[in-house]
Design a protein around this ligand. Structure first.
Ligand SMILES: [Zn+2]
Length: 439
């Protein structure tokens, strides 16, 4: 349903992933868990303590300290022996814009209509739209989820006028939230409160833009025989930064959210490189800007070709024991594909168990960095141990390494490696997520 734009950056990426390092040595180590078991808790502690240290000052998107975190992750990817995404850098940089509205006019038959009835999401400095501009007309009807659908329409990448049912007039102004950070794109989305578009309308808008630079960190382990098929392991490295002091502590370290996921990504990279038997290409990603809207994963996803991605393991908050205790985790969106069943089958006979996400009301499947690719059909799931109903340090300054169970975390990471082995080897291919309606 959604269009995918194959940019030149994506082309470079595919070339990097498919043509380099074609001669990889045959499996040096056939035991899937040896390296992780050996690294174990001490490596988990080392990486956690670096990412969640007070020096990183909560890794807030846009802060100088988050760049330190990105450099640390890039150095770990290099040490693990991953290849850079393009050229010689592991950093996938991108720019987002913060628009500031100048002039806005909505005129119908010579009469100016109150600008409260219109919200323009654009990265064009100057916009002039009328009936002849060829905009697609979409609607958000009464009873639909205004913000979810609005967000998806903006993401569709075509010039669109969206008629929003007047019953939503109270929340209509909230659509300006869509303009907080936007990607640079030639397409504009105009929201108009009303059930039909009046004849003879013109809409003019001017904006100025502040640029913000973001970076994901991406490393590649080219596949041996199925290079063009990719498996993604990801987490997000941004967190909330520095906030109001709580018991004298104002740094939100984000040890569990999501330094834990990044720790897993780094150790999995090291593990699979050492084993060296991945038939598919493995892509390891540390996303930025998850906490402020998932922009890192959105940008990354736009550079990829969804049809070439066999699976995505997104890892979020695995530092505490799950509701079932040690040696267990859950998979969001379990019933959307058969990936969860594949993972469970690979864990048979181990002490570890993966469960379906028990917090289905929280809609976690669509609330993390797997969501963009999942919407494009990729079997993209999040693995977590977080107790959504009782996690006392969640989004608090007290989310510190000392509150985590590092030993259990090492076991979770080992279990992810073990459970993914038939997908990494190309033996199993999970079913795709079915495209859902716009509601
Ligand atoms: Zn998170």
């Amino acid at each position: 349903m959604y269009k995918f734009f194959f940019s030149s950056a994506a082309a470079l990426f595919i070339i990097a992933a498919t043509t380099t390092c074609s001669v990889q040595k045959a499996s040096k180590n056939t035991s899937a868990s040896t390296n992780l078991a050996a690294a174990g808790t001490s490596e988990v502690a080392r990486i956690e303590n670096a990412l969640a240290s007070d020096e990183m000052r909560g890794r807030k998107t846009g802060s100088p300290e988050i760049d330190k975190a990105a450099d640390f992750i890039a150095a770990e990817f290099k040490k693990a022996g991953l290849q850079p995404l393009t050229g010689d850098t592991y950093l996938q940089e991108f720019v987002m814009l913060r628009p500031k509205l100048g002039e806005l006019k909505y005129v119908v038959g010579g009469t100016e209509i109150d600008r409260k009835n219109i919200v323009v999401v654009t990265s064009q400095p100057s916009l002039n739209v009328d009936e002849k501009s060829g905009y697609t007309i979409a609607t958000i009807a009464a009873g639909e989820n205004l913000f979810l659908k609005a967000q998806r329409l903006v993401g569709e990448k075509k010039n669109t006028i969206v008629l929003v049912d007047t019953s939503m007039f109270k929340n209509f102004a909230g659509l300006t939230g869509l303009k907080r950070q936007i990607f640079r794109t030639p397409f504009s989305t105009i929201f108009v409160l009303g059930s039909s578009l009046p004849n003879g309308f013109t809409i003019t808008a001017t904006h100025s833009f502040e640029e913000m630079k973001f970076k994901n960190v991406v490393g590649i382990l080219p596949g041996r025989s199925k290079k063009e098929e990719q498996v993604i392991f990801s987490g997000h490295y941004d967190h909330l930064g520095v906030g109001k002091p709580e018991a004298g502590d104002s740094i939100y370290n984000g040890a569990n959210d999501d330094a834990a996921g990044i720790t897993a990504v780094i150790l999995l990279a090291d593990h699979f490189k050492k084993i060296g038997n991945n038939e598919r290409t493995l892509v390891f990603v540390a996303f930025t800007a998850e906490e402020i809207g998932g922009f890192g994963s959105q940008y990354f996803s736009q550079q990829m070709s969804p049809s070439s991605i066999s699976a995505m393991f997104n890892i979020e908050m695995i530092g505490t024991e799950s509701k079932w205790g040690k040696n267990s985790a859950y998979i969001t969106g379990f019933d959307k594909t058969n990936m969860g069943e594949i993972l469970q089958a690979n864990l048979k006979g181990t002490a570890f168990q993966f469960y379906p996400d028990p917090y289905t009301k929280e809609n976690l499947f669509y609330r993390s960095d797997n969501a963009t690719l999942a919407r494009l059909g990729v079997p993209a799931h999040t693995i977590s141990t977080s107790k959504m109903d009782s996690e006392p340090n969640y989004h608090k300054a007290s989310d510190e390494v000392s509150t985590l169970d590092l030993e259990n975390m090492a076991q979770v990471i080992k279990a992810i490696a073990e459970s993914s082995k038939t997908i990494v080897s190309g033996k199993d291919t999970p079913s795709r997520v079915k495209a859902e309606g716009m509601n």
